[in-house]
Design a binder for this molecule. Structure first.
Ligand code: NAD
Length: 453
């Protein structure tokens, strides 16, 4: 492993990754790898947790291709020096900001979207001119092994390589002399990564999780709300970092909302036997999720089969902030519904939890939309939708507080993998000798006069 990293340092030192043509060539190669192996990508993820072609394409491959295309189109602009105005003290001169790659970067991925969360950060790492060591999550083994094999046949390891393994491998990697670490995963492991990086002062981006709330007020369009909420919650069987974790519903529409929610789930035809739905990643997670059913009322669903790693879309009621499902991120197909009489109180209660990765507001009332989005702090979100903000590369994606540090996608990703040098270029044709000793009262008067202009 250490030889790979040493080889990447040596390769980075050659300056090859500085060229925009080189970066574009590698991005095209990544796209080629995805295109030429589409079927293998689908087969591996199906073997891991029965994720369908449809969902793998729409929620992983299509987003990767979009990000690659966006980077190909814009990398020259992103990588160009940006001129800024020059202050009087630096006359005559020119000021500019020069992006440069950090160098050898480490990307650690999470399991729930194995392609998107592993290869997604690699795109801006390449666009910004870094080399990459990728460590995907070990839980979906077929996808991890496939990415390792594909990357080794499409890329030179001194530029981009995949290392597979679990905690031990990550722990070893975190001791290595990387120049940038990009981590996606739980807040618990995020802290371990941050501490390890601190020992070498390595810049870190942490894409973490949390309990993302959804609010449904009496001013919501119920038909659209349940359609978008159910889709966002049960996509990937709820194993989505930005899935609505729980929902606050105005008490006056409780019954109407619950009936519509149930009808919508039935309409979407989620079943173990079809490709509309997928498995839970492993039996440990099945056991954890089933535990949440114990101290709440199962209003709908609740069917589960440990051998099949299946839990049907489930709605819980009679939930309080003390219930088990409210103690940690759910990360599965279970939706607790809480009711409120007063929106301000529901917001205040939500604020007691750590800042989430997302927040969703279902209301056509602008005052309510502002009240929620301006009072709560969260990574990003949507009004009258769920999840879809992730699909716009113009929107930086990332958390705040416990849900993460930094962001990516589009230009935000390029910035995350770049250092921005501040540069002043001075002309030699004149010099105002005021700042040089010997210091005199006259010089000081002139300096004050000039600086107050
Ligand atoms: P995790 O933190 O358990 O694992 C993530 C990665 O860290 C894996 O590659 C794993 O091998 C490695 N790892 C695990 N323990 C480690 C340790 N002690 N030291 C070093 N490395 C270690 O997370 P997960 O279970 O894969 O993913 C679920 C979490 O990730 C949820 O909290 C979810 O919200 C979050 N998530 C966030 C995003 C995002 O974009 N912000 C996306 C997906 C998932």
């Amino acid at each position: 492993m250490t030889e790979h990293i040493a080889a990447q340092h040596a390769f980075f030192q050659t300056g090859a990754t500085r060229s925009i043509a080189f970066r574009k060539k590698q991005l095209k190669q990544l796209k080629k790898m995805l295109r030429e192996n589409e079927d293998r990508l689908y087969e591996a993820i199906y073997a891991d947790f029965k994720k369908s072609r449809f969902e793998t394409y729409t929620s992983e491959v299509a987003l990767l291709e979009q990000d690659i295309d966006d980077a190909l189109k814009n990398v020259s602009t992103w990588a160009a020096n940006k001129c800024v105005s020059t202050n009087l003290a630096n006359f005559p001169g020119k000021s500019y900001i020069q992006p440069e790659p950090f160098g050898v970067s480490l990307v650690i991925g999470a399991w729930n979207y194995p392609y998107l969360l592993s290869l997604g950060p690699v795109i801006p790492a390449i666009a910004a001119g870094n080399t990459v060591v990728l460590k995907p999550s070990e839980l979906p083994d077929h996808t991890a092994q496939l990415m390792k094999s594909l990357v080794s046949s499409y890329f030179d390891p001194e530029f981009f390589t995949v290392v597979t393994g679990g905690v031990e491998t990550s722990t070893e990697l975190l001791k290595q002399p990387f120049q940038k670490i990009f981590f996606t995963g739980s807040p618990k492991v995020g802290k371990i990564v941050y501490q390890a990086a601190a020992k070498q002062l390595i810049p870190v981006t942490l894409e973490l999780g949390g309990k993302s709330p959804a609010f449904v007020t009496k001013h919501a369009n119920i038909k659209r709300t349940v359609q978008r909420l159910v889709w966002g919650k049960f996509l990937n069987a709820g194993q989505t970092c930005i899935a609505p974790d729980y929902v606050w519903v105005e008490a006056s529409i409780a019954n109407k909302f619950l009936q519509a929610l149930k009808a919508q789930i039935l309409k979407m035809n989620y079943a173990f036997e079809n490709d509309n739905y997928m498995q839970i990643i492993n039996t440990d997670h099945v056991d954890r999720l089933v535990g949440y059913l114990e101290d709440a009322t199962v209003f709908f669903g609740g069917d589960h089969n440990r051998d099949h790693r299946f839990i049907s879309p489930t709605i819980l009621t009679d939930v309080t902030f003390e219930s088990r499902c409210m103690q940690e991120e759910i990360f599965g197909p279970i939706l607790p519904v809480l009711f409120y009489e007063n929106l301000a109180e529901a917001i205040a209660k939500t604020k007691q939890l750590p800042k989430p990765l997302s927040c969703y507001v279902f209301s056509d009332n602008q005052k309510e939309q502002h009240q929620i989005t301006e009072t709560l702090s969260f990574g990003g979100g949507a009004i009258n939708d769920t999840i879809m903000h992730i699909s716009n590369p113009k929107l930086p994606f990332g958390g705040v507080g416990q849900s993460g540090i930094g962001s990516y996608h589009g230009e935000a990703g390029f910035k995350t993998f770049s250092h921005y040098k501040s540069m002043l270029k001075k002309a030699n044709w004149i010099e105002l000798p005021l700042k040089y000793p010997p210091y005199t009262a006259r010089k000081l008067r002139w300096i004050k006069r000039l600086l107050s202009w």
